[in-house]
Design a protein around this ligand. Structure first.
Ligand SMILES: [Zn+2]
Length: 131
């Protein structure tokens, strides 16, 4: 797998790195089951991102920018993946939700595809991780 990142963005780097496991090693089929690929990847990338910022803060305790990131994350707890849940709730309210088993190329809207694959997949991964 090769990834081109054309700007600063550790989140994207973490996301693509996690694809090397959830698609590359696990062999999930991105077209048939996009939520398995993007959902698990998004879940794992969020966990890695959180670990990264906590470790950086441990090494640089006086970094005000890092402290803001950590505080913002604490506000989201206990919904560790609050942004994914909020995206999913927006999809439900829109009435455009489609089954997660829909082929990636057969969703009627990109909105439904992206939220089902990334957001709802991430929420599903989180549910499994804490249960
Ligand atoms: Zn992805």
């Amino acid at each position: 797998m090769s990834t081109l990142i054309n700007g600063p963005g550790l989140g994207t780097a973490f996301h693509e790195w996690m694809h090397s496991w959830y698609q590359g090693m696990m062999g999930t089929n991105e077209s048939m089951y996009p939520w398995m690929d993007e959902g698990f990847t998004s879940y794992a990338a969020a966990r890695v991102n959180s670990f990264y910022y906590h470790e950086r803060l441990r090494l640089h305790p006086n970094d005000a920018g890092l402290q803001q990131v950590i505080e913002r994350e604490k506000e989201e707890l206990p919904l560790y993946h609050a942004s994914a849940y909020n995206a999913y709730f927006a999809l439900v309210r829109s009435g455009l939700e489609e089954p997660m088993t829909t082929h990636a190329d057969h969703f009627n809207t990109n909105f439904a595809y992206s939220i089902a694959s990334y957001g709802k997949g991430r929420c599903s991964s989180n549910s499994w991780a804490i249960s």
